[in-house]
Design a protein around this ligand. Sequence first.
Ligand SMILES: [Zn+2]
Length: 323
Amino acid sequence: MKQLLVTYDDLYLDWLLGKGDGSHPTNPVRAQLATALLKKRLGERVRVIHPQPADKVETDKRAMLLVHDGNYVSRTLAGTNGEWYENKPSVAAAGCAMFGGTMRAVEALLTGEALVVFNPQGAKHHARRASGSGFCVFNDMAAAALLLQAQGLKVLYIDWDIHAGDGVMHLLEASGIPCISIHLASGYPADSTMQTGVAGELHNPEKHQYNFNVEHGANDEVFMACIDAAADIIDKYQPDVILLAAGADGHTGSGNLGQLANYTGKGYRYAAQMIAQKANAYAQGRVIIGGAGGYQPLKETPETWALVVEEIYNTVCTTDRRN
Ligand SMILES: [Zn+2]
């Protein structure tokens, strides 16, 4: 049985945005806690690997150029980005490693080393070609999608972070890679090509873009109905690999961004089961999971990520693939 691969290092804890004094809504301890939960629950079935060994740094910088402007990459890696104050090379290094974590996932899938890989600080889905946005600096999922496509694989991206996956969708617009996003109808990132203002769907099948809009405070039933509809879209594309932005910021209760939606473990488990079933049906079990957003960093976010990852891994890796 293949191990669950988790790309994590304490280097991620340097991801201190804003003033870097703890007042910013993001708190990377969620990645450490989620990794610890998975290790505790899965024991030897989980393997944690460094997201960016020294010999991979240059490779990863080249991969950034698939989706980012060269000047933007250079400036950010040197320590300057609008997502934090002043020149902070340690934050840039953490962001670079977070991108690398998803590159290691791509490599592991291509070599067959793993079927399910989780990067808790991955799926920085708002990052744009030449700017950071929404606590995201390097768009790892968009780069991963293009790298996998270049290897001849049919890729599908699905995003249930409570905020629209705008960066990924726009960066992949010319690629033909399908993008599904389930998100708040209003508020950040205020993208009229994805958000409808009220509950509803906004699809553009010619561009392979599928957007499900939910209201603030939406519950599991709303989320699960969107997941059912997304399942039908996945059936249409029959992807060879699924990329999942598993944001936990729709979880019920108040977090660092207040209360956005009322999803619970029931809804997330249902969503994870759907992904696992489709991965088994079409993708030989191959799924890359990025944590995306989550603003209840000490409990609900790591617990939700661990639940989703464990559910997908257990279903995928207990499936007999001999025929
Ligand atoms: Zn979010």
